[in-house]
Write a protein that binds this ligand. Structure first.
Ligand SMILES: Nc1nc2c(ncn2[C@@H]2O[C@H](COP(=O)(O)OP(=O)(O)OP(=O)(O)O)[C@@H](O)[C@H]2O)c(=O)[nH]1
Ligand SMILES: [Mg+2]
Length: 399
């Protein structure tokens, strides 16, 4: 494949219904990228996300967890969103600033209805998204059935990118449908490359053909090739997949068991190659990323004991500098956030997600009353319920 230049800072939102494994996925992403040395679990209450006393106590996410990490030399921020229906507005706010969403689901076809509102939101706003079918270590239905159920609530075609390798009632690995390479899962480590098992060969060929046909619906050249029975080169297939994800025409489907670290690296690599840069998200927010003064979009605010208020933003264009005037306030600290850790930065470039200190008058939404933020769970939920879709855009004032 041709060499690609390094991408600017990107942002992925992890979304999905309650308890599908999003915060566990975040934990395993941070581990796979080398940002952390150990992998915590929900049971042990030692995840990077869900570090608040309330989250630990309830064993669920009660707010968006923000975590930045580098993967293969590129900067990422992951926004791990709560699955609870009461907190849906927080998810929507995070989605508006993300370059891509990973919709994490359990392999249970009956739950597709619960996912419909999220897919509708993504489809209507043309936010590029992938589906990750999690918990394959406890699969209760074949992935194909899960996909069929999800397709009934998705406007976009769902395109399987992997087929599971099954031994008895266990999923032991997968075949990648583009590279046609098979891998055997190794808990917590990169999977082993193996030969495609004979038993999987027919389903692999069949699923690969479906993938190519889905792509050919958007490209006449590819359609002609398929009609002539010519197999396109792997590099071309990746290019079509990238273009179609970035234009939100197809929804690629990946799978694994994130608690065991299975499928995490494959997902990260797809994100790395296929996620658009910040200018697409900026365009969705009505912002031209190429022209104008520094601009950031607020998606969350939080009161932290001792540090005061933190305003979480995605920088859409330009560069924020500590101490500079923004939205009528002076930035009192710029922080790169990973769970409960805050690292002070002098500046933040376009594409980065950072927390800004002491932006007292900046609200998370035009309808939100900042009074009561941080005043326990009810204050925060009330804020989320009131927040509208278009939170403040913080613009630099003329100095
Ligand atoms: N068997 C199995 N369990 C998993 C897997 N991933 C997560 N879990 C379990 O699923 C439960 C929920 O995990 P979380 O990571 O908190 O899920 P979540 O989607 O972040 O939940 P909310 O944020 O509260 O919606 C926990 O008990 C996890 O241990 C997996 O791959 N396999
Ligand atoms: Mg969670």
């Amino acid at each position: 494949m041709p060499e690609r230049r390094a991408a600017g800072p990107r942002c992925a939102a992890l979304i999905g219904p309650y308890s599908s494994g999003k915060t566990t996925l975040l934990e395993n992403i941070l581990h796979a990228s080398g940002a952390t040395q150990r992998r915590g679990t929900v049971k042990e209450g030692n995840l990077v996300g869900d570090s608040s006393a309330e989250s630990r106590h309830r064993q669920m996410s009660t707010e968006v967890n923000v975590a930045s990490a580098d993967f293969m030399g590129e900067a990422w921020t992951f926004l791990d969103c709560p699955g609870s229906i009461e907190l849906l507005q927080e998810t929507y706010n995070a989605l508006m600033v993300a370059d891509v969403a990973v919709l994490v689901v359990e392999p249970v076809p009956d739950r597709a209805r619960a996912i419909a509102p999220l897919l509708k939101f993504l489809d209507e706003r043309e936010i590029p998204h992938m589906i990750f079918v999690n918990k394959l270590d406890h699969a209760s239905a074949p992935v194909r059935q899960v996909l069929e159920a999800l397709q009934t609530v998705s406007e976009r075609p769902l395109v399987l990118r992997q087929v599971p390798i099954v031994a008895g009632d266990q999923v032991t690995g997968y075949v990648d449908l583009v590279s046609e390479r098979a891998y055997s899962y190794k808990p917590g480590q990169a999977s082993d490359l193996i030969a495609v098992p004979d038993a999987e060969k027919d389903s692999e060929k069949d699923a690969r053909q479906k993938l190519l046909e889905a792509l050919a619906d958007f490209d006449d050249g590819l359609l002609e090739k398929l009609l002539e029975d010519t197999v396109p080169p792997t590099g071309d297939i990746y290019a079509h997949l990238t273009k179609n994800l970035q234009n939100d025409r197809i929804v690629p489907v990946f799978m694994g068991a994130v608690e065991k670290g299975s499928g995490v690296r494959r997902l990260l690599k797809a994100l790395r190659h296929e996620t658009p840069e910040v200018r697409s998200a900026a365009a969705r927010l009505g912002v031209d990323a190429a022209r104008g003064e520094a601009l950031a979009q607020v998606f969350k605010s939080q009161h932290v004991p001792h540090s005061g208020k933190l305003t979480f933003v995605r920088v859409l264009r330009g560069e924020l500098a500590d101490g500079a005037a923004m939205g009528g306030e002076r930035i009192g600290g710029i922080f790169r956030v990973t769970g409960a850790q805050h690292a002070k930065l002098p500046k933040a470039q376009a594409g980065m997600v950072v927390a800004l200190g002491r932006m007292e008058s900046i609200k998370t939404g035009p309808g939100a009353d900042p009074i009561g933020q941080g005043a326990g769970r009810h204050g925060r939920i009330a804020e989320a319920a009131e927040a509208r879709l278009w939170p403040n855009v913080v613009g630099r004032e003329p100095e």
